[in-house]
Design a binder for this molecule. Structure first.
Ligand code: SF4
Ligand code: SF4
Length: 149
């Protein structure tokens, strides 16, 4: 994992959460980084300007590119969910129509595990959906709609 890029993203998460009033301990708990590292981030230590700039570029990518880069950076989908949630990328309305045949392809395609099968029909939880549209592109029956809210 390119640690300097991940550090840049964690730095940006820390700054964003601090601006929302979270304490260093709360930020530590939220993003899974020890408190002393959070302190260093917030004081501008141990983080290179290049890492921060690169992280900003990742956050400005299209939703699909953001997902593709993030899954290469993180082993854990929860890390991607944190980014989506903290940076408010999750403004999408989702639906699955009656054409769904319950094949499960979309479940496998969603990198943030927002889709599950319920009684052989796909069900989407929009909480962490960032609009990457990989489920839409992969659905053989065109049953999924993802619209900006
Ligand atoms: S890929 Fe399409 S048909 Fe298959 S489970 Fe998902 S919504 Fe249903
Ligand atoms: S658009 Fe589909 S694949 Fe992408 S995050 Fe949303 S539910 Fe998952």
């Amino acid at each position: 994992m390119p640690k300097h890029i991940v550090s840049g993203l964690k730095y940006l998460e820390s700054v964003e959460l601090r601006q929302r009033g979270l304490s260093q301990q709360e930020i530590s708990d939220e993003i899974g980084v020890d408190r002393s590292t959070i302190s260093h981030y917030l004081n501008g230590r141990n983080i290179s300007p290049g890492s921060i700039e690169f992280a900003k570029v990742i956050l400005e990518l299209s939703p699909k590119d953001f997902i593709l880069v993030s899954r290469a950076l993180f082993d854990d989908f929860e890390e991607i969910r944190h980014l989506i949630s903290i940076f408010n990328m999750n403004h999408y309305e989702t639906s699955v129509d009656d054409g769904c045949i319950g094949c499960g392809l979309c479940v496998d395609l969603c990198e943030v595990k927002s889709i599950s099968l319920d009684s052989l029909k796909a069900k989407i939880n929009p909480q962490y959906c960032c609009g990457c549209l990989m489920c839409v592109e992969g659905c053989p029956t065109n049953s999924i709609k993802i619209l900006e809210a």
